[in-house]
Design a binder for this molecule. Structure first.
Ligand SMILES: Cc1cc2nc3c(=O)[nH]c(=O)nc-3n(C[C@H](O)[C@H](O)[C@H](O)COP(=O)(O)OP(=O)(O)OC[C@H]3O[C@@H](n4cnc5c(N)ncnc54)[C@H](O)[C@@H]3O)c2cc1C
Length: 373
């Protein structure tokens, strides 16, 4: 692997760091709902600089830059704890560019680019998370052929309580068609028949359930061909692999926890120092794997296996860092709302969202090692 950022890329990194000085106290990477107004304002300020469209082609108002710019931006934003990368300007916008109608492009791309509208991804269901191709939310075309009528339930939707639009994966074909029977829809969250209901999470934050009760979605709001969603969501996922688990997050976790242990006067304890040294090597491993994903994407290689390895190491490191502090930090480390236990509770969910560790290990064992099963 040989990744050296160019002078221009390093200058961009400096610009991003300067920009983030105004947003250092948001804490929007670790928590979702409570700080959304501040995160939204930051995305608007990014939109003014066109940073939500760094890699978009110029014909859609983008800057036409390489993946490295997105990597630098969202890695710095993760280190600053400011926010997660918005799925609207990635998954949603890039799918609309590839598969959307002219009307969808004209309606949504300018507003996404400026940070004016935001989407929540409605994929998972109570019985369809890892096995997404088994989802059951139904989209039935009406007799007049003008609207689809959606019925069913989604769960675990990030940010759905605050977003303007839903990006919905629903069944238009037969259940036995699995992934070949699914279509994608854009739906205004205010449409009659949609209920968003909070699912409190272990870190005092919120995911959501989303219910569809005879929700009418115009045919013009289907993205891509009927029953053609599987390829679209696969391509969109591939586009985002370099920014999904940015190592800046674990680097910041480690620095914060080391500062915390030093403040407790525990930094010189040889047992703790030994554990810290181990964690430093884990963070470096996550950084190297993050860069491997970027390198694969920049060279046009399939990054699926690199991204799976990165996710396993990154998310387990997210857990190992605060666990070390809980093990050795004494009662103070366990106080509700103090940083160590707060980071610990948040880290528990990281190995699940975006595909569980077991699924990631299956990807590595099949695709990198050629194992069957
Ligand atoms: C923080 C967070 C944010 C999320 N955000 C969103 C969102 O915005 N939109 C959205 O649609 N979804 C979202 N999700 C849902 C997420 O995609 C699913 O939780 C995830 O895919 C796992 O699905 P599941 O919860 O149904 O677990 P299941 O698939 O039921 O898995 C249960 C257990 O069985 C194991 N397992 C399942 N299948 C296999 C297998 N084939 N081999 C080995 N082990 C297996 C799993 O690893 C896991 O340990 C989010 C989840 C989290 C935690």
């Amino acid at each position: 692997m040989n990744i050296n950022f160019s002078k221009q890329e390093l200058a961009f990194q400096t610009e991003v760091r300067e920009f983030l000085q105004d947003y250092n106290d948001i804490d929007g990477f670790l928590s979702q709902g409570p700080v959304w107004p501040q995160v939204r304002a930051m995305f608007s300020a990014m939109g003014e600089r066109n940073w939500l469209a760094l890699t978009w082609p110029e014909e859609y108002g983008g800057m036409g830059k390489g993946h490295s710019y997105e990597y630098i931006l969202w890695n710095e934003v993760a280190y600053a704890r400011a926010a997660r990368n918005p799925l609207s300007s990635g998954v949603v916008a890039k799918s609309i560019m590839r598969y959307g109608s002219d009307e969808q492009k004209q309606t949504f791309l300018p507003k996404i680019r400026t940070g004016e509208v935001h989407f929540s991804l409605c994929y998972s269901e109570p019985e369809a998370g890892s096995d997404l191709a088994g989802l059951r939310t139904k989209a039935q075309l009406n007799d007049a052929g003008t609207h689809y009528v959606l019925n069913g339930q989604k769960c675990w939707q990030s940010y759905a309580q605050d977003m303007d639009f839903l990006w919905i994966l629903a069944r238009t074909g037969k259940q036995e068609d699995r992934g070949r029977g699914l279509s994608l829809f854009i739906c205004d969250k205010q449409t009659a028949g949609i209920t968003v209901s909070p699912l409190p999470t272990v870190d005092d934050d919120q995911l959501n359930e989303v219910f569809f009760d005879n929700v009418e979605v115009p045919v013009a709001q289907r993205v891509g061909p009927e029953n053609g969603a599987w390829a679209i969501i696969g391509e969109a996922l591939a586009d985002e692999r370099h920014i999904q688990f940015p190592p800046g997050r674990v680097r910041r976790d480690l620095e914060e926890m080391v500062d915390w242990l030093n403040a407790q006067g525990l930094g010189d304890d040889p047992v703790i120092r030994e554990r810290m040294a181990h964690l430093v090597s884990k963070v470096m491993e996550a950084e190297i794997l993050g860069l491997r994903v970027l390198e694969a994407m920049e060279k046009g290689r399939n990054a699926t296996v690199d991204a799976a390895m990165n996710k396993i190491v990154h998310t387990l490191t997210c857990q190992d860092i605060p666990r070390m502090v809980l093990d050795y930090g004494g009662p103070e480390a366990l106080v509700n709302g103090y940083r160590p236990e707060q980071i610990w509770r948040q880290s528990i969910m990281e190995t699940i969202g975006g595909g569980t560790s077991e699924i990631m290990r299956s990807v590595v064992s099949r695709q990198a090692l050629g194992l069957k099963g």
